[in-house]
Design a protein around this ligand. Sequence first.
Ligand SMILES: Cc1cc2nc3c(=O)[nH]c(=O)nc-3n(C[C@H](O)[C@H](O)[C@H](O)COP(=O)(O)OP(=O)(O)OC[C@H]3O[C@@H](n4cnc5c(N)ncnc54)[C@H](O)[C@@H]3O)c2cc1C
Length: 457
Amino acid sequence: MSAPTHLEGHLPADHPLSPRRQYRDLPLIGRSLANYPVKDLWETDFARLPGPLARQRRRARAFAEQHLVPVADELDLAAHLPAGECHPAALEVLREAGRQGWLSYFLPRPLGSMPWRALPYPPIWQCSLIVEEFSRACGGLMLLLSAHHLGAMPLLLSGNVRNILRHLGPVYRSCERGDPHLVAFAITEPGAGSDVEEGEGAARAHPGVVATSTTGGWLLNGRKCFISGGDLARTATVFAALEGEGMESWTCFYVDCAAPGFRVARTELKMGMRASGAAELEFTDLFVPHDRVIGGLRRGWAINRATLNASRIPVAAMGVGFARAATETALDFAKRYTLGGRALIHYQDVQLHLATMVAETRAIRSLVWQEARGAWQPRQLNASMCKFHATDRAQVVCEMAMDLLADHGGLHERKVEKIFRDVRLTRIFEGTNQINRLSLMEDWQDQLLDVDQHMGV
Ligand SMILES: Cc1cc2nc3c(=O)[nH]c(=O)nc-3n(C[C@H](O)[C@H](O)[C@H](O)COP(=O)(O)OP(=O)(O)OC[C@H]3O[C@@H](n4cnc5c(N)ncnc54)[C@H](O)[C@@H]3O)c2cc1C
C-alpha cells in the first residue's frame, strides 16, 4: 500500500483548487501578502520574537533535547531518594545547566549569563521562553532548574545592589563553574499554604516560622514544607514572622542550609515532577546574621507578593510547554496508530480534536507572551490571570491527549501519562488556581466598588 499523499477529507497539495498550488501561481506581490508554506507548527510564532530572545529560546531547546529528554524517564521512575541525596543523572544536568548559564540568566554578564543584547527585554519574558522549552522536555527537571530562580528572586527584588553583589554574585559564579549552588524559596508552612499567597488569609494566619532577636542577628524556629529543591539547596530565602508579631512582620531571611539548626526533615513522594524534590525544612535556633535580612525587617510580605507576581508568568509558560508536549505526542500517535486500516489522523473527528489542541496551546502561548512582554513590573492581576488560565487550559489539552490515546494514554512509555501528572501540579503551586482567581479580584477591587450611586440598585 503506497503512502497517502494527503489527509482524507482534504485536497491534495497539487490539486488545482489547493491553496498551496494556487499560491505558487500568484504574482510576487500576491505571494508576499499570503503565507501558505507552513514550516513548523510552533516555529511560526518564534519568527515574531526579537532576535536575542529567539536565540535564547533556540539554545534552551537544544539544551533540553540534549540533556533533559534523555534522562527524563529515568528520573521520573527512579526510586524516591532520601533527603539530601541527588540522583547522579540529575546532578549532571545541574552541573551542565550551570556551565551553560541556565542557572544565572537573571543578570547580565559578567555578574550572570544573560546576553547583553537581551537586556532590553523583561527577564520574565526570557525566563518564560526557557521554561516552555524545559517543560516540554521534562517537568521534573524543569522545576529543579526553575525553583532556583524563584529562590533567588527575593534577592533581586529587594532592590539592594549590595545584596545582589554579596549574595547572588557567588551563587551565579559557582553555578557557572559547574558547581551548582541552588537557592530555595520557602514560604509554605504546614499550617499555611494559601494563607501566605493571599492577603485575607494572611491577615488571620498564625505564623509557623518565627524569628527571635539575638546578639548579632536572629534565631529561626519552625518548619516549612513542600519546598522545591529544598533538599539540595545550599541557601534559601526563608520568610518568618518576628517573635510576638503577626504576619505583617514577615521578613525575608537569606539562610545558609549548612548552618547548625537547619535540617531537611523529609522529601515528599509526589505525583509528578519527580526529578525535583519537595522538602520539609526544619529550623531549630538557626542563626541568621543581621546582614542576611533581605529587603529590611517587616518587608517580607511585599517581597513575597512581588516574587509571586514575577514567577506566576513563567508558571503559565510551564502550562504552554506541557500542552505543547501533549499535542506533539498526540499528533505523533495519530500519525502512527491505525484503526480500520487507516491512520487515526485520517479521521476527521480526530483532526477536529487535534486542531482544538493546537489552538488552545497557541492561545495560551499568546497570553503568556502578551503578559511577559510587559513584565518589567509584573502586576498581580495580570500574573495571576495568566497563571490560572494557562495552566487550566493546559490541563484540558493534556486531557484531550489522553482521550485520543485511549488505553495507550495510561502507559508510561507513551509519555502523556507523565505530562498529565506533571501539569496537574502547576495548578497547585504558586497559589492554587482558586487563590489566583481571588488574587485577580483583590487587585481589581477598587474598580469593582466604583459604582454609580445614582442607579439606586
Ligand atoms: C510540586 C510543588 C512544589 C511546591 N514548591 C514550593 C516552594 O518551592 N516553596 C514554597 O514555599 N511552597 C511550595 N509549594 C507549596 C504550594 O505553593 C502550596 O501547596 C499552595 O500554595 C497551596 O497551599 P496548600 O497546599 O497549603 O493548600 P491550602 O491552603 O490548605 O488550601 C486547600 C484548599 O482550599 C482552597 N482555599 C484556601 N483558601 C481559600 C479561600 N480563601 N477561598 C477559596 N478557597 C480557598 C485552596 O484553593 C485549596 O483548594 C509547592 C507545592 C507543590 C505541590
